[in-house]
Design a protein around this ligand. Structure first.
Ligand code: ZN
Length: 232
C-alpha cells in the first residue's frame, strides 16, 4: 500500500507485482487504485508512476463518485439534480395533470400523485427524448460541411435510449445516438456525433479513424473524459 498527495487529496494505492514488463494503473468503481507492476519495480518507481498519472487517477475517481451521488440513481423526488445540456436543474414534483416544464432553475413535473416515481421517470425520459431528437438533428445540420468534404454517406439519425453506450454506426450508415446524451454539454454532443460520422468512413478504431476524428474534434480526449461523468 502506498499513498501520494495530489492537490488537496491523498491518493492511496495498492500494489500487485506480476511477471510483466510495464506498469498499469487501475481505478475501480469504489475509487480504489491498484498498480500492477513488474516483479523488479522499486517502490520509488511505482510512486513516480502514480505521481505522473495523478491527474488522470483523480479524474477517474471523480467520475465514479459523481456517478453514484448525482446523476445515476435518481429517486425522482423534489430537490434532486437534473441535467440538461450540461447545466444543472432542480427537480420539482407536484400533484396535477401530467406535464413536464423547464422554468428558471427548475424542472417541474406534474403527476396525479407525487409518489408515482415510475411515472415521473417515464415523463422525464420522454421529455429528454423529445429535446434530444430536436437538438441532435440541429447539431448534425451544422456538421454538413464535414459530411460533404469527407464524402460521408449517412442514411438516417436514430435517437433512442441506449443502455451502455453513447452512440453507434451500422454498416448501412444508420447512426444511433443515446437520448441521454442531451444531459451533457453541447461540445460533448458534437464529439459523439463526429465520432459516429467518422465511423461512416472507418468502421473500426484504427489509426485512420483517430486521425479523422482529431481533424474535426482536436480536443476529443478532454471531451471524452468529461462525458464519462454523464454516463448512466
Ligand atoms: Zn467508435
Amino acid at each position: 500500500m502506498g499513498s501520494i498527495s495530489y492537490g488537496t487529496t491523498n491518493i492511496r494505492y495498492s500494489v500487485e507485482l506480476r511477471d510483466r514488463k510495464t506498469m498499469a494503473i487501475e481505478v475501480h468503481p469504489d475509487t480504489s487504485v491498484k498498480v500492477i507492476a513488474p516483479l523488479d519495480a522499486t517502490p520509488e518507481k511505482i510512486q513516480a508512476k502514480v505521481e505522473k498519472r495523478a491527474n488522470w487517477i483523480a479524474r477517474q475517481q471523480r467520475a465514479f463518485t459523481g456517478k453514484r451521488k448525482t446523476i445515476y440513481q435518481p429517486e425522482w423526488v423534489s430537490g434532486e439534480n437534473i441535467y440538461y445540456l450540461g447545466r444543472q436543474y432542480r427537480l420539482k414534483v407536484e400533484n396535477g395533470e401530467k406535464k413536464v416544464k423547464l422554468a428558471g432553475k427548475y424542472l417541474w413535473v406534474y403527476v396525479p400523485d407525487r409518489r408515482m416515481k415510475k411515472e415521473i421517470e417515464r415523463l422525464v425520459h420522454e421529455w429528454y427524448l423529445g429535446l434530444a431528437r430536436k437538438k441532435f438533428q440541429e447539431r448534425l445540420e451544422l456538421l454538413q460541411p464535414m459530411l460533404e468534404r469527407e464524402q460521408l454517406q449517412m442514411n438516417s439519425l436514430i435517437v433512442r435510449k441506449l443502455e451502455k453506450r453513447w452512440g453507434s454506426c451500422t454498416p448501412k450508415g444508420n447512426i444511433v445516438i443515446n437520448s441521454e446524451l442531451i444531459k451533457a454539454p453541447i461540445h460533448c454532443i458534437d464529439y459523439v456525433l463526429i465520432h459516429e460520422l467518422c465511423h461512416l468512413k472507418h468502421h473500426h478504431h484504427g489509426p485512420e479513424f483517430w486521425k479523422l476524428l482529431t481533424k474535426y474534434c482536436p480536443d476529443w480526449t478532454k471531451v471524452k473524459d468529461k462525458l464519462e461523468v454523464f454516463l448512466g
